[in-house]
Ligand binder design. Structure first.
Ligand code: DGL
Length: 255
């Protein structure tokens, strides 16, 4: 038996389960340990220092539980702390997630792309640098979405309130939108509601599958891919340790 330790995955809450699903699709035989910090969610409206310290705490916890690698399944935590984590753990296979602006910009020349993300993600330098890279190829409009992750944390993926929230939010952008980038790992769970409000002709992108493929590449490079040949397991940990939370995690994994 080789490399049977779990892949550690974390987010500020349940949103990173959208990335976990992609990881399982790409590496079905790995075991996974998912840590949701729902007790401290949302991260996107906290201070940079708070998010950095919570992020480091999450990585430490996953390593204590024996994770062999770490996926930062949170755009906000990645923007705030991935550089610090890489310095702190230079030999650990560690992958973060960033808004999928590249595939959106390459899909259609000179399109108008709205990037939905947390207030912190769109404020940070990492995002501004990413935007700059594609400025010549597309019009990129950052759209902070305070309050949106809370719908997903409540398991509210379709509701009149969610539709009203999205209609107002996207209505404020004005003009024709070609593509939407879901720059927060909670938002893929609201993808259907977003598509209904935005219109079926608007292409929707997220960074989950690219992140999963990158983790597989990094594990292979480090010689840490599991040699198991049957389906792996998923274990959920959550800082809000309730039965309700566990049920929501299972529901989101399979919805
Ligand atoms: N899921 C997180 C992300 O990808 C953010 C949600 C939050 O504000 O905590 O950015």
């Amino acid at each position: 038996m080789k490399n049977r330790e779990p892949v550690g995955v974390f987010d500020s809450g349940v949103g990173g389960i959208s990335v976990l699903r992609e990881l399982i699709a790409v590496m079905p035989c790995e075991d996974y340990l998912y840590l949701g910090d729902s007790l401290h969610a949302p991260y996107g409206t906290k201070s940079l220092e708070e998010v950095r310290s919570l992020t480091i705490g999450n990585v430490e916890k996953l390593l204590e539980y024996g994770a062999k690698s770490i996926v930062v399944a949170c755009n906000t935590a990645t923007s705030a702390a991935v550089a610090i984590l890489r310095k702190k753990y230079p030999r650990l296979p560690l992958v973060g997630i960033e808004p999928a602006i590249k595939p959106a910009a390459l899909a259609k020349p000179q399109s108008r792309i709205v990037v939905m993300a947390t207030p912190m993600t769109v404020k940070l330098e990492k995002f501004k640098l990413l935007m700059k890279q594609y400025e010549g190829q597309a019009e990129i409009i950052p759209l902070p979405c305070p309050g949106l992750m809370e719908f997903v944390e409540r398991g509210e993926l379709h509701s009149v309130e969610l539709e009203r929230y999205l209609t107002e939010l996207l209505g404020n952008v004005g003009g024709k939108i070609d593509a939407i980038v879901l720059g927060c790992t909670h938002y893929p769970f609201a993808r259907e509601a977003i598509a209904e409000v935005a219109g079926k002709e608007v292409a929707i992108f997220d960074g989950g599958s690219g992140t999963a493929r990158e983790m597989r590449r990094r594990l292979a490079e480090a010689g840490k891919l599991s040699d198991a040949d049957s389906l792996g397991t998923v274990k959920f940990l959550n800082s809000r340790d309730t039965e309700e939370e566990r049920k929501l995690c299972e529901f989101l994994l399979h919805c």
